[in-house]
Design a protein around this ligand. Sequence first.
Ligand code: GLP
Length: 241
Amino acid sequence: MEVIIAEDQELATLVADAIERLLRSVPAPVLGLATGSSPLSVYDELTRRHEQNGLSFAEVRGFMLDEYVGLPASHPQCYRNVIDTEFASRVDFADDAVQGPDGTAADLVAASADYDRAIAEAGGIDLQILGIGTDGHIAFNEPGSSLASRTRVKSLANQTRIDNARFFDDEVDQVPQHCLTQGLGTIMEARHLMLIATGGQKAEAVHQMVEGPISSMWPATVLQMHPHATVLVDDAAASRL
Ligand code: GLP
């Protein structure tokens, strides 16, 4: 695991550089997209490169990490809509090139298996962008998640619902209780993981991820076993290292 400590814009530049290298060197690149505030400056930087330098996403497939269950497809907080607003609609992805787990499916077990199959059929993910929750979750793999898990239905931890209430008018009750999430085993199959964490509220999770024993109670510790994981943190998030 490589750990890089820098300020936010520099972290975004480093991730955007890695993505640009991938896009310019692989014919049909597959990008793993994350929601949350952590990757926003990366998406802004990629959008800038698209507008100013012609960086194209026309040949890129995008797979999202996770999705709420129980929100109508039109809800602005559906991650499929969030990723469109924050990134996908700002660059030149082809129609349907970005997909996420289907949180509206009648059969969520089948939808989960379909999603893992779609990723495999696309050739697997070349570069996966990740954030981390304050309780050490990645995607929606909450503490206690199997380190070998596949895409599946999960309940959201109370802490995550509290953290995400800011997107639901500060009403925790409005935050869905369930989600579909890529499993830790699914995420570990991506060829390069780039995890971004900023702010002091992430310091304990970053400390556990980098220096703690590998444990399902801190799901992000699974990154210690990945052959190519890059952790990008600012000073505040690195303050317990
Ligand atoms: C959510 C998402 C995660 C994300 C986490 C941290 O729970 N499912 O993928 O990493 O929030 O979000 P933020 O980057 O806003 O702190």
